[in-house]
Design a protein around this ligand. Structure first.
Ligand SMILES: [Zn+2]
Length: 231
C-alpha cells in the first residue's frame, strides 16, 4: 500500500484508505535519528500498517515511541503488537487504565470486534493531573486535552510546526466513553492558544490534515460553534 506524505518526515501510514476502514489515521514522524508513531490504528489494520512500515524500510525497532492519543478501538487497539518490542507505548490516564483493563465501553469497541481485542500495557502512563509531558524536551510535547475521553491528549512537535489532534475535532462525544462537553470545549480553546503560541502551520486529525495557521484557527473555532454530536 502506498503511504501519504504530509510534509518531509511526516507520513500517513494507516487509516481508512491505507490499512482498514475502521482505522483513524496513523502518523509516522521522523525525528532526529528515530521514528514515532502517533496512534496505531485498530487491531484489524495493524498488520497492514506494519507492511507499510516495511515498505518504507522502517523497522519496528526504529520506532522509539508509540503515542496513543486516546483509548478508542479505532485509534489504539493495534498497539498491543508493539508491546513485545523495544518501543515505548505512551498513553494518558485514565485511558491507559482502560487499555490495560479492556473496558469495552470506554474503548468504544463495536460489539462484533470485541473478541479481537487484546490488552495494551503502556510503558508510560501519564498521571491524570499532569497537563504537559515532554517526551523529548522541547521536541515532542504531549498535552492533556480531556473531553472526548478523560485521558485524551494532543501531540505537539514544535520543530515541525505540527500538531496532531486525532478525534479532538471529530466533535463526537459519548456518555459510555466518559466524555464531558465542557472539558471538550475547553480543550479546543486550549488548542487554539497552542496553535497561536507555537505558530502551528499543519494540524493533523483522525482523517485529514489542515495547512496554514489562520485556517487551522478558523477550523477550530468552527468546531466550537457546532454543537458536539452525542452518540
Ligand atoms: Zn475517539
Amino acid at each position: 500500500m502506498p503511504v501519504i506524505t504530509v510534509k518531509p518526515g511526516v507520513y500517513v501510514v494507516g487509516g481508512p484508505q491505507l490499512s482498514h476502514l475502521v482505522d483513524t489515521n496513523v502518523y509516522l514522524v521522523h525525528l532526529k535519528n528515530f521514528y514515532i508513531l502517533i496512534d496505531s490504528g485498530s487491531v484489524l489494520g495493524v498488520n497492514a500498517i506494519l507492511l507499510n512500515l516495511m515498505e518504507m524500510n522502517v523497522k519496528v525497532n526504529d520506532i522509539k515511541y508509540v503515542i496513543l492519543t486516546h483509548a478508542h478501538f479505532h485509534a489504539a487497539s493495534g498497539a498491543y503488537l508493539f508491546n513485545s518490542v523495544d518501543t515505548l507505548i505512551i498513553a494518558h490516564e485514565p485511558d491507559a487504565y482502560y487499555m490495560r483493563s479492556l473496558d469495552y465501553d470506554k474503548l468504544g469497541v463495536p460489539r462484533e470486534y470485541a473478541k479481537f481485542i487484546n490488552p495494551i500495557i503502556p510503558s508510560v502512563s501519564i498521571p491524570y493531573n499532569r497537563e504537559v509531558y515532554e517526551v523529548e524536551e522541547g521536541e515532542l510535547i504531549l498535552i492533556h486535552a480531556p473531553g472526548h475521553t478523560k485521558g485524551f491528549m494532543i501531540v505537539l512537535i514544535p520543530s515541525l510546526s505540527i500538531l496532531f489532534v486525532s478525534d479532538l475535532t471529530s466533535n463526537i462525544l459519548s456518555h459510555k466513553w466518559g466524555s464531558c462537553e465542557a472539558e471538550h470545549r475547553k480543550s479546543i480553546e486550549k488548542t487554539i492558544k497552542i496553535v497561536e503560541e507555537y505558530n502551528v502551520n499543519v494540524m493533523c486529525s483522525s482523517y485529514k490534515c489542515i495547512w496554514l495557521k489562520q485556517r487551522i484557527i478558523e477550523f477550530l473555532k468552527q468546531v466550537i460553534r457546532e454543537k458536539p454530536l452525542w452518540v
